[in-house]
Design a protein around this ligand. Structure first.
Ligand code: CA
Length: 219
């Protein structure tokens, strides 16, 4: 799951970037509203964490543009503005959640998971597929109640495929949900992760559609 972080304070942005990455998200960070607007118009993100006081284009203006373009990704406002009137204005402009700085990173990660869950049309926090269960909060994966040990990348690939079970995901779609700009994938890295996942979960768990992509078939 890939997040765009828009924050102009370098120290805070750095801390948020590190914290969100540690929580298992792919995070890209931009420092002004115009760059964010451009990036959102050209690349796919699963969620936006947005400061309001930004250079070049304010967080509110960015939010208006985003929703006017019909982009529906969840937007979480993270700001020092704690006045009720600001919260109401942001939520009514299309924000989905509102957090006042200073923020607790664990709470931020939990709110991000909740927004992502709702955006995927789920209420149940644990993703299940047959005997497999994936818990995004603990990042634990079990098969018939036994723990399956996955690398961070294997976990991200599996999470993306499960969140889209029954749909064919292209290589590009999977890669853009698990890698930020800073982590350039090797050309065969995805195939290697899929190979390892099949060894751990069973050869048939992930199907390859040659020339198209991968899918976890609906049960
Ligand atoms: Ca700011």
């Amino acid at each position: 799951m890939r997040i765009l972080l828009v924050e102009d304070d370098p120290q805070l942005g750095d801390g948020l970037m590190v914290g969100l990455r540690q929580a298992g998200f792919a995070v890209d960070w931009v420092k002004d509203g115009n760059t964010a607007d451009h990036v959102l118009a050209t690349e796919v993100f699963d969620l936006l964490v947005l400061d309001l006081g930004l250079p070049r284009l304010s967080g509110m203006d960015l939010l208006h543009r985003l929703r006017a373009r019909g982009q529906s990704l969840p937007a979480l406002i993270l700001t020092a503005r704690d006045a009720t009137i600001d919260k109401i204005a942001a939520l009514d402009a299309g924000a989905d959640d509102y957090l006042v700085k200073p923020v607790d990173l664990d709470e931020l990660a939990a709110r991000v998971r909740a927004l992502a869950r709702r955006a995927a049309g789920r209420a149940q926090p644990v993703l299940r597929h047959g005997a497999l269960a994936l818990d995004p909060a603990s990042r634990r994966v079990t098969m018939a109640d036994s723990r399956v040990e996955l690398s961070a990348r294997e976990y991200s690939v599996l999470h993306t495929l499960l969140e889209n079970a029954g749909r064919v995901m292209t290589r590009t779609q999977i890669e853009s949900s698990i890698y930020g700009w800073r982590d350039e994938p090797d050309s065969n890295a995805l195939e290697v992760h899929i190979h390892h996942l099949r060894k751990k979960l069973g050869a048939d768990f992930i199907k390859t559609l040659r020339g198209v992509g991968y899918t976890v078939p609906k049960l």
